[in-house]
Ligand binder design. Structure first.
Ligand code: UD1
Ligand code: CA
Length: 471
């Protein structure tokens, strides 16, 4: 089947009461419109036309990198029928089926659309409509069928009689039309109630002309939610979250409290991984199997290797944790970092754009920035790489098997050779050769009996004060 997609996104979205275009409101990190276009993309259409209006510029900016997408303008929001008419010039020369989707229905699944299109094709319809049963039909258009159960028309809620309002079969806003059927758009009359041209009227017009129009009732209510209000946006977020969590649970991921977890739809998690409460996994984060992600952890666009542990209250940004690495509690892994296999990054340690080798440990209170650290290195408590001289960032290199004593400052650019030792409390400003010991603190001086002398001094001065007061 030759396919083109049209997304209607030129409405004013008044019911959102927001300066942001409705279709750019976000669900779990991505704008609604992204979900709609991604779903259409899975059908491999030849092109996708997004109809944009008053807020077109903002929508173009957000959607321009989405591959085969092009834009059609509807300068005045004169209704969904007019919006599709405005997309028609962008489809000139196209022969085949056009699938139309509203930009405010982000939860529709590729599976449902595939089923719908294959029914449309099999029945050789001129126009097909995707309908569903709504528990509360609310503002959805009602499907009117004749005594032979054939669709006659769609009546919008605001135009429906009390009896029609009770109909629970409603319009999802998804249509499949043979390209020739687009000609009918010119015949849609102005709806007087709202002053708009309703795309829904195309069904009635097609039936009157004896064309083949049919409504297929497939899919579940949750996936067709149309987001018109903030309340509906919250509902959509909730449904999407439940969907993501259900998929992951089926794949063997353990959520201790799924309600408190935030997950982007792109997140991948392996089998046997445990996610504690209040964990945020954002962007394209991939977590291997058998990991433990403790409470209050936020991970953005990062890859976490098999068996890794991320302990409480840790933030990981655009970084990689290799197999069996452990990070946290209270650690900050900043962009561009790689924590090696079995490495340990502990309490209050910040790592920035650094490579930490396998089995290396930095367990307490450190800053590691712009560093390349080899394997089996021990970074003592309170060690700091001084990477910034006020103008430029410099690199610290620490080779394999180095031992860095606690409270060391490494003034970059500097390197520490294989197997070297650094005495605690040192300020290292020159390279340390392999297997050397570097110490830079002043030698310790012990003054015997100093405390006793001090005590005597204090006593005699207190006596003097007393005597002075007596006078
Ligand atoms: C529409 C349908 C309704 C259906 C519901 C499903 C019509 C008349 N009604 O109602 O039967 O049950 O969707 O969610 O079609 N848009 C434009 N230009 C316009 C007006 C709207 O591009 O001039 C776009 C909007 O940005 C939106 C989509 O079309 O993405 C639907 O418009 P909306 O106003 O939300 O229609 P509903 O009242 O929800
Ligand atoms: Ca809507």
């Amino acid at each position: 089947m030759k396919l083109a997609g049209v997304v209607l996104a030129a409405g004013l979205g008044k019911r959102m009461n927001s300066s942001l275009p409705k279709v750019l409101h976000r669900l779990h990190g991505a704008p609604m419109l992204h979900y709609v276009v991604n779903t259409l993309n899975t059908l491999r259409p030849q092109k996708i036309v997004i109809v944009i209006g008053k807020h077109g510029k903002e929508i173009r900016e957000v959607m321009q990198d989405t591959g085969i997408v092009s834009f059609a303008e509807q300068r005045q929001a004169k209704g969904t029928g007019d919006a599709l008419l405005k997309a028609a010039p962008a489809l000139t020369g196209f022969k085949g089926t056009v699938i139309v989707v509203n930009g405010d229905t982000p939860l529709i699944t590729p599976d449902t659309l595939k089923k719908f299109l294959s029914l449309h094709e099999r029945k050789r319809n001129d126009i097909s409509l995707l309908s569903f049963t709504a528990k509360t039909p609310g503002s959805y258009g009602r499907i009117i069928r004749d005594e032979r159960k054939q669709i006659l028309s769609i009546i919008e809620d605001r135009d429906a009689t009390a009896i029609q309002k009770k109909i629970t079969e409603v319009n999802s806003g998804v249509y499949a039309l043979e390209i020739e059927a687009l000609d009918l758009l010119n015949e849609i009359p102005l709806n007087r109630t709202k002053g708009e041209y309703y795309l829904t009227d195309i069904i009635h017009i097609a039936r009157e002309k004896g064309m083949k129009a049919e409504a297929f009732r497939i899919g579940t209510e949750d996936e067709f939610i149309g987001v018109n209000t903030r309340e509906e946006l919250e509902k959509a977020k909730q449904f999407m979250k439940e969907r993501i969590i259900n998929i992951l649970q089926d794949k063997g991921v353990i959520f201790l409290d799924p309600h408190s977890v935030f997950l982007s739809p792109e997140v991948l998690i392996g089998r046997g991984t445990t996610i504690y409460p209040n964990v945020h996994l954002e962007g394209r984060t991939a977590i291997g199997s058998n990991c433990i992600i403790c409470p209050n952890v936020r991970i953005q666009d990062s890859t976490i290797g098999v068996g890794a542990v991320v302990k409480d209250s840790t933030l990981i940004e655009c970084s990689v944790l290799k197999k069996n690495a452990s990070v946290g509690p209270f650690a900050h892994i900043r962009p561009g970092s790689e924590i090696g296999e079995g490495a340990r990054i502990g309490n209050f340690v910040e790592v920035k754009q650094s490579v930490i080798g396998p089995r290396t440990k930095a367990s307490h209170l450190s800053y590691i920035g712009d560093a390349k650290i080899g394997k089996d290195v021990n970074i003592g408590a309170g060690t700091i790489t001084c990477n910034y001289d006020g103008h430029t960032k410099h690199t610290t290199v620490i080779e394999d098997n180095v031992f860095i004593g606690s409270d060391t400052q490494l003034i970059a650019p500097v390197s520490v050779g294989k197997g070297a030792f650094i005495g605690a409390g040192s300020t290292i400003s020159r390279d340390v050769p392999s297997r050397a010991l570097a110490v830079s603190r002043t030698a310790q001086k012990n003054i015997e009996g100093w405390a006793i002398k001090r005590q005597l001094r204090v006593k005699s001065s207190k006596l003097k004060v007393k005597e002075l007061r007596k006078r």
